[in-house]
Design a protein around this ligand. Sequence first.
Ligand code: PEP
Ligand code: MN
Length: 344
Amino acid sequence: MIIKLKPDITSEDRNRLVHIIQESGADYSDQDAINQSEIYINEAYTGINIGLFYHMPGVESIIEGEPIYNLVSRNYKKSDTIIQLDDLYIGGDNYPVMIAGPCAVENEDQIRETAQLVSSLGVRIMRGGAYKPRTSPYSFTGLEERGLELLGKVKKETGLFIITEVLDTADVEVVAAYSDILQIGSRNMQNYKLLKAVGRIRKPVLLKRGMSARLDEFLGSAEYIMKGGNEQVILCERGIRTFVEYSRNTLDLNVVPVVKNLSHLPIIVDPSHGTGRRDLIMPMSLAALAAGADGLMVEVHPHPDNSWSDPEQALSPEQFSLLMEKFTHFLEWLNKNVSVTTAP
Ligand code: PEP
Ligand code: MN
């Protein structure tokens, strides 16, 4: 339940209200809401008489029922959340970030070659799965800890930041030890135990939208992470299942401006999984930037046709290099503050 307060509520009226809530034993929060104009009462409350509040002085309105999310909402925090990795900032007015790398870490040569390629093109964050969620158990499911070690090795060599997926609560610690951002994949967006586990760490988490998830469910999952105390959440639109047959998924770019309105969290777009087609990655990348995305995550492989997973959507080095060129030019054209980063 949310109690919306009138902007001119007196401190006496406000204190009386808070006193009643405290007396009832309800778990509530009224900090950080914009202008302190709302009091959020947690679902765990018992025995509170909602009727009491309707006619109390200073109360503007009451939203009954349990909102799915609160901490992730713009109502709760007005300013954009900015994720910091040393001198790199994600979100707010910062230059949109490009995250690139293979679907999976396959071997040392492959990951080093990719790291050198993306780094030479100005990319600061490399992706690469060590634990791979695959539809078939007979497919390559990742090098696991060995994959993390290889990511750690090329991170040292190149200075790239690393993002990699964590599939299981048991692996959160080891994945966090080797990476700068932990990825929660689409299939795990509603794995609440895993969300709680990454809520307990203090490293950025990139949360991918479930392939059949509504927006409120997506934000509800982000709420789980934030409720655990981890405020460093990046949302990622990666396409949803629709009736179309010509692409792997339908990239829901509507969600970008809608999320910007509803939430203070940064949102990036993954056109690789969103389309599943190399030829669609360039146009949909630019469309995502035009929609206001805080960055992109793209799959690139030194030899895409030999990729052990998702070969049909892996960009070649030449294609990726062209994408980087267009990325920069398009942002200049959109008039983003191209070389300036803003501290939080
Ligand atoms: C990935 O990014 O490696 C991945 C498996 O994507 P998704 O969870 O979006 O399917
Ligand atoms: Mn992939």
